[in-house]
Design a protein around this ligand. Sequence first.
Ligand code: ZN
Ligand code: ZN
Length: 333
Amino acid sequence: MHSHHSHSGDYVAHGVDPLDAMVAQARKMNFVTYCLTEHMPRIDPNYIYPEEREIGGGDDDQVLETLSSNFEKFLKHAQKIKNDSIEGETEIIIGTEIEGCDVSHINYAKKLLEEKKDVIKFCVGSVHHIYGIPIDFDQENWNTALKKAGNNLKQLIIDYFELQYKQLTSLQPLVVGHFDLFKLYLPKDLKINPLTGQVSDDESSVLASSISLINQWDELRDIVIRNLKYIRQYGGLIEINTSALRKKLPEPYPGEDLCELVKEYCDGRFVLSDDAHATSQVGVCYAEALNFIINVIKLDRIYYLTEYKNLSIKVEQMDINKFKNHKFWKALQ
Ligand SMILES: [Zn+2]
Ligand SMILES: [Zn+2]
């Protein structure tokens, strides 16, 4: 079993358990591969989260400094865990989750990945902000982002995927993180004009949560397909991220509609991730994910990363029968 995306309480404000405990839990659960991918530091005070500001005592420079030094500590710690690994144990791979907040962060990520390439072996390319507003933090921020999009849901999602495309073309992240993160705070009762995506209470309006947003508008769908084709071209992978299920969404990231497009335009290049922030979240909702993989999107293989002794990352495939018969699942029941 694999996870290509995780955090810990040692190095991120909203994490819970220490990094050592996260790794011990993954090993206990018979993970084959467990990737440690702490967030890269943010470099602009506009992107500091309230919980981080508290820790910094209100001094933004201090907060940015702490984010940066924490990341350095994370890399040292993760490398030590990796060096101390015994053959046959869960393979630990060190990566980082990129903050595609804006162009300056994408450029900074590029520099950081180059500087640290001996330690950081790959990155998870994520977009957590639209118009500089965090869309996975709380409902209020999500609503503000929608307002910035002129109260047009189609526009909000297009702008999300345009920023993702900027990140893809600059960094070619090996793993593309939570592909449809914009759905996390999509209000269940939000009604839109089905033709324009404009928020509306008209008779002809529909519940946004009741339609496939990706397939609703050709313009949006074409942008998604462009991104997927680009990912296929450079050999990237799309994570099936179970944190959406943990947060009580009906589907993981990405949902079925997107997964069908990934199958068609990106060769079904899926990896699995738990995006855990606590030991209780290691392998969280993996049984549900297995059901989704086998019965809903019906994959015939799953991809995963391995790092060969020459220290280069390799993308491997596992036949779906081998995947579903792995000893990991038995222990999960
Ligand atoms: Zn993320
Ligand atoms: Zn994450």
